[in-house]
Design a protein around this ligand. Structure first.
Ligand SMILES: NC(=O)c1ccc[n+]([C@@H]2O[C@H](COP(=O)([O-])OP(=O)(O)OC[C@H]3O[C@@H](n4cnc5c(N)ncnc54)[C@H](OP(=O)(O)O)[C@@H]3O)[C@@H](O)[C@H]2O)c1
Length: 290
């Protein structure tokens, strides 16, 4: 049987790297993986993980999702001339009081998370439609399902991705192309290190009022405790990707911890949003009330 051709963005670390390693190491050699990353000097980690054993199932390509030419160049390097499974995973975060965010940093988040994902899908869409089959998997976030203070622009980018994917999913089912969002909560990756973040002690933070600063401190404590106590490992996320890939009738949304997070659920059960805002505020800012 022909190998399924998979192209993944953002494979230098984290979820993308683990997924590339797992699929390229598939015991049935069911996949040919094109693991892409914007900076090929970072490919050693991936190569170390596969220990040179996967010449026939793994190829590493340069692709910066903000650079259309690099996306097209990577697409043209796919020797099979088709992609069966496209995984849009590359993403970056931005954290801090909104009034401190520069237009450039906000644009960058949207360029990578939103337009980068859209540009990548655009590059492969016509061929997938012509093939009459395919899978598009996107690494989503619970931050795309509900708001998180101090993450306004990141959430905006991930909310927008929900809209893009949901709209496309309705259309693409007519082409036998399944779109799935893999909705992640906190995951142990380089994400927190790589995100643009206002650090406590950063002189810029002196520009914000004392109450915002105090709430930001609480948020950072909450965030670090959530990552310490509840973050999933990339292997857990990869299992969910695999379930979506192997399903003959994939769902549109997969929650990596198995269920809809309770705060996300509130958006449905309490559509006017009052309870969500109250509960989210309690969870984040009043640790003692949890
Ligand atoms: N970790 C979490 O808690 C979490 C939770 C929910 C959702 N997610 C989502 O999961 C996805 C993967 O993140 P991760 O957790 O695995 O973090 P990560 O380890 O920081 O990985 C992010 C990947 O995206 C790549 N990337 C950034 N800008 C890019 C660009 N312009 N073009 C191509 N690649 C680019 C990074 O490459 P460089 O190494 O070159 O920067 C890296 O390979 C993201 O979409 C993120 O929003 C993560």
């Amino acid at each position: 049987m022909d190998k399924k051709v998979v192209l993944i963005t953002g494979c230098s670390s984290g979820i993308g790297l683990s997924l590339a390693v797992r699929l390229a190491s598939d015991p049935n050699k069911a996949f040919k993986v094109y693991a892409t990353m914007r900076d090929l000097t970072k490919k050693e980690r991936l190569l170390e993980c596969v220990k040179g054993l996967h010449q026939d199932t793994l190829e590493i390509l340069q692709m910066d999702v903000t650079d259309r030419q690099s996306i097209l160049k990577a697409r043209d390097r796919v020797v099979e001339r088709r992609v069966d499974i496209l995984v849009c995973n590359a993403g970056v975060g931005l954290m801090g009081p909104l009034e401190l965010q520069s237009l450039d940093s906000m644009r960058h988040i949207l360029e990578v998370n939103l337009f980068g994902t859209i540009q990548t899908i655009q590059a492969f869409l016509s061929e997938m439609k012509a093939q009459g089959q395919g899978r598009i998997l996107v690494t989503g976030s619970t931050g795309g399902l509900h708001g998180l203070p101090f993450n306004e622009v990141y959430c905006a980018s991930k909310f927008a991705i929900e809209g893009v994917c949901e709209s496309l999913a309705v259309l693409l089912q007519h082409f036998n192309i399944h779109v799935s969002l893999i909705e992640c909560g906190p995951v142990n990756t380089n994400f927190l290190v790589n995100l643009q973040k206002a650090e406590l002690g950063d002189p810029a933070l002196q520009q914000v009022d004392a109450q915002t600063l105090s709430l930001y401190e609480k948020y950072l404590q909450h965030c670090s405790s959530v990552f310490q106590n509840a973050a999933q490992d990339t292997e857990d996320i990869v299992k969910v990707f695999l379930a979506a890939i192997q399903s003959t009738s994939p769902a549109f949304r997969y929650f990596t911890n198995g269920t809809t997070p309770p705060l996300t659920e509130l958006k449905v059960t309490d559509p006017d949003g009052t309870q969500f805002i109250r509960n989210m505020s309690k969870v984040i800012f009043s640790a003692e009330e949890q």
